[in-house]
Every structure is written in C-alpha cells, then in structure tokens.
Design a protein around this ligand. Structure first.
Ligand SMILES: Nc1ncnc2c1ncn2[C@@H]1O[C@H](COP(=O)(O)OP(=O)(O)OP(=O)(O)O)[C@@H](O)[C@H]1O
Ligand SMILES: [Mg+2]
Length: 501
C-alpha cells in the first residue's frame, strides 16, 4: 500500500489566534480506510474540511493522485469526487428531506418547473442505497438526530465520491444503524473508495481501519498499521501518557433521603408501569437497548412528555407533570441526549452558555448579574473539563464538536439542584475529558445530588452507578446493585435472554 493517493503536504490552518492545524503531512493509500483520532480540538474536523473544500489552508497543499489541488469550494471538491459526512448538522431544517438531498441540482421539467416526482424518486433511491426508508417530503427538522445523520450519509454517498470523509458518523446512531453503516463502509471499501474515518470510539476504528493516524494540538503525531493499533498505543499518542478508564469507586457513599420517587409512570407506546426511587448521593444507572424507553422516561420526568400518566415526587412533594418550568423549579436538571440540537446557543459566548442555567443564582440584586461570580464558575468548569477554546468569551460555534458538548455538560453540572439526569454524558468527548466528566458526576453525588445516569456504554453505566436499573421494551426488566452487575448480567436483562442454567 503506497500512501500517496491523497497527500496532505505541510498543511497549516489558523482561525484568528488558534492554530487548528500546524504543518500536517499525511498520506492515504488508494482504497484504504484511514482512521483519525485525537483529543477534542486536535484538528480532525479541520483536516477533513480542508480536503472537502470547506476550509482553505493558510499554507501547504493537497495532492490527489499526484495532481495538486488547492480546494477552495465544495463544488471543486465535488468535481474531484471528494465528499464529507459532517459531525455537525448541515441541512436546511425547513426544507424537506427530498429537497435537501438534491441541494443545488433540482430536477426540472420543461426546463423550468420543478419535477417533484423525480425529486422524490432521487431521494428515495439515495436513502435505499444505505437501507433507509422514510417519508421524503417531511421537513428536515422533524427527523431524529439519528435519521438526520443517515440522510447526511446518503447525501455524501449519493455524489459518487472516490474519497469520503466520515466525521464521527456514529455519534448519534443506535447500535443497529451503526452496524448497518459498518457494513456499508466495508462495501464501499471493496469498491475501491478511499476513506478517512474520524471517531473517538476505538473498537470502531479497530474494526474498520487499515491504518490510523493521530493528531495532537493541530500537529501530526504518527500513523499506526493495523497490527500496531492497541488502546494503549493510541492513547499514548493522543495525550502523551497512558490513562486507564477512570471510574471513581463510590460504593459506600452515604445515601440520603429519597429525592426522586416515580410511581406507576406510563406513557402510551413509550414505557409502562415504571416505579423507582433515587436517593440523595446515589447515582442510579439506566441500562437498556436503544428504544427501551430510557431517554423517554428522562424527558417525561423533566416535563417534556404531554401524554405521561402516574406520579412523580421530588423530596416528598408531588411534581406537576408535563411542565418543564415546574421541573426546573423543583431542582431537576437534564443534560439531553441530542445536544447537537438542544444544547448550546452557538452564537453566544461559552461563559454565557455555562451560566445560563444558573442565572437565578447569579443575580445580586434583582436584576444585576454578578459578573465576577459568573466568570469564576465558568472558568472553573472550563479547566475541570479541559475545554479547549480561545477564551471564555469565544462563541460556542468556534469550538470543536467535542468541546461544544463539554460546554453543554458544564452548563447543567454547574446548576446542581436536587436531581440531575444525564443522558449519554460522554458521547463524542475524548478519553481524558471522559474521565473528568465521570469525576464531576461522582463529586456532585457526593455533595448530595441525586443522579440518574443513562448510558449505552456498559462499562460506564456499570462502573459509575451505585445501582443499575435495566429497561427492556418500555418495562423495567430488573435491578442490580453495582456489586452484582457484570456486563453479562446486565446484557442478559437488556436482551431478555434466558438465564443459562
Ligand atoms: N470556524 C472556526 N472558528 C474558530 N475556531 C475554529 C473553527 N473551527 C475550528 N476551530 C478551532 O480549531 C481547533 C480544531 O478544531 P477541530 O474542529 O478540527 O477539532 P476536532 O479534532 O475535530 O475536535 P472534536 O473531537 O471535538 O470534534 C479547535 O481549537 C477549534 O476551536
Ligand atoms: Mg471534530
């Protein structure tokens, strides 16, 4: 495999004072799937965007098949048959799926009239190619994040690329969709496509990639061949030292009063007869397959389900259902699963985003905001979560994807309150930040917060929780104390597989 089909030669790219890429040189062999890893803000998306014609490098060039390209527009990149599946959402939310999939090249009848039939047929064909069927006339904004991700993949593949950049394509996909994507990538590879695959999930990289490279602080660190790819080797290259998966051992923590009591909680079609309690100082983990009803229960407790029935009590007081305002007043915080949409206000400064959820506490007199307190809280979370940004005042939109996530998490962690619900808190963040988030959640529990943790990563839910509730198809399938929980016992309850004798 000679790594000279695509050559990045000494690429440098700065944004204001931030050096996102610093003299990066890297070669891709024709037909390989090349993994790209690195901490949040290391420059992975920027490198992909240079290849896709979205960013013009300050210096350096790219050769494809020996010919120099200085991409300056996505259109030129398209001519060179380069496509990218973006980490962030890249569609017009008010246009239909069909229109989004034909962006810039609407089929026409008689030269002027939009051919709606052809538009729909084209979209359906693109989606079918990746095994997805959905109503192509619905507006983009009605899709789930996972569906939107799939539409984006269909759109990129639909341009018939020879080079394809996947930027964290599985970050919002459920396991079955992810598995379908992996099969698709293998098919694309057998057709000779050259791919860059960016992800924080090592098992995926190990499964899909022929080689992988690591970036650190905008610089190229090195490339590993397939037989050199190990967890330790990669982490060592990423952060220059090794880290174990860190889980605070918080088994004997003193448990306080019951903070959350959920009784006969039912939402037709989503979950039935759910009953449980969470005490102050406890971290109760919710495990289950996607669709088991975990996020739905979380949203319902937070007041976001208009059909839910049953009772919720917060510290003994009944909580009015179906009201976010009541939930916030009662001291409930929710770090939502689809942070890409519900998380941050992109145009606002990081500082303001973090303090948004705690404005009530920052008011000195009635209307005056305590700016210095605001700043110290924000900067404290910034350093604990190692958010990489030019400054506290940088707009969230200028941060890398993973760092945007950290800001959203910081916002809710800073709020505290009585009950914190965290849905997939470490999705999309790098290994170091993951350990920091685990430590923060554990700290909050030690300080007496009740925590409900939803995670699809079994090691995370098993090791961070004091107790694990397993959901299956909208029902509670069982409950395990951490001491009895193993991957196997939890999986068995998740899938309902019969207990081996
Ligand atoms: N449009 C922009 N304006 C200002 N700064 C930017 C912009 N895009 C990226 N940056 C900065 O460049 C650096 C690299 O960002 P990049 O998005 O490439 O990181 P990444 O490796 O993809 O991280 P993640 O894993 O979080 O997605 C970051 O410090 C980021 O804040
Ligand atoms: Mg990125």
């Amino acid at each position: 495999m000679s790594p000279d089909f695509v050559q990045f030669r000494s690429i440098t790219k700065t944004f204001g004072g931030v050096r996102a890429l610093s003299e990066v040189s890297l070669g891709l062999a024709r037909g390989e799937c090349h993994g790209l890893m690195g901490e949040n803000g290391a420059g992975k998306s920027t490198l992909g965007k240079v290849l896709a014609g979205i960013h013009r490098p300050d210096s350096g060039d790219v050769l494809i098949d020996g010919r120099p390209y200085v991409f300056s527009s996505p259109r030129e990149a398209m001519k060179a048959r380069v496509a990218m599946v973006h980490q962030e959402l890249a569609f017009c939310p008010d246009l239909s799926v069909a229109e989004n999939l034909s962006m810039g090249q609407y089929p026409q009848k008689f030269g002027i009239v939009l051919d709606r039939k052809e538009l729909a047929a084209r979209a359906e064909k693109l989606l079918a190619a990746i095994g997805v069927s959905l109503d192509v006339w619905q507006p983009m904004r009605t899709l789930s994040t996972a569906q939107e991700q799939l539409v984006q993949i269909a759109s990129a593949i639909g341009t018939d690329p020879q080079i394809l950049v996947f930027d964290e394509p599985t970050s919002s996909l459920a396991e079955p969709d992810a598995q379908n994507l992996f099969k698709l990538i293998e098919t694309l590879k057998s057709r000779g496509l050259t791919m860059i695959y960016v992800s924080h999930r090592m098992p995926e990289l190990f499964r899909l990639c022929d080689r992988m490279s690591v970036l650190r602080d905008g610089k190229y660190v090195g490339t590993l061949a397939r037989d050199e790819m190990t967890h330790d080797a990669v982490v060592q290259m990423m952060i220059g030292r090794s880290v174990e998966d860190y889980f605070p051992q918080h088994l004997s923590g003193t448990k306080g009063d019951v903070v959350l009591k959920v009784k006969d909680f039912t939402s037709p079609g989503l979950f039935q007869d759910v009953n449980f309690e969470v005490r102050a100082g406890e971290i109760v983990g919710f495990a289950g397959l996607v669709g088991a009803g975990r996020s739905e229960i979380a949203k319902a407790i937070f007041g976001l389900d208009s059909h839910v029935r049953g009772q919720v009590e917060i510290v003994g007081k009944p909580l009015p259902l179906r009201s976010v305002r009541a939930s916030l007043r009662a001291g409930i915080g929710l770090v939502p699963e689809d942070r890409k949409r519900q998380g941050a206000i992109l145009g606002m400064a990081c500082r303001a985003n973090i303090s948004m959820a705690i404005l009530d506490r920052l008011r000195r007199l009635r209307f005056v905001l305590d700016r210095s307190h605001e700043k110290s809280i924000s900067s404290d979370y910034f350093s604990r979560l190692k958010v990489k940004a030019a400054s506290l005042e940088a707009p969230v939109s200028s941060l890398s994807g993973g760092n945007q996530q950290k800001v959203v998490i910081a916002k809710w962690l800073a709020r505290g309150g009585k009950l914190l619900i965290v849905d997939e808190p470490t999705r999309g963040v790098d290994v170091g930040a993951k350990a920091a988030i685990h430590a923060l959640i554990d700290d909050l529990a030690r300080q007496g917060l009740a925590v409900l943790l939803i995670s699809s990563e079994l090691p995370e839910v098993i090791n961070l929780s004091t107790r694990i509730i397993v959901m299956r198809e909208g029902h509670m399938a069982g409950e395990l104390p951490r001491t009895d929980a193993s991957q196997e016992s939890v999986l068995r309850l998740m899938t309902g597989a019969a207990l081996a004798a």
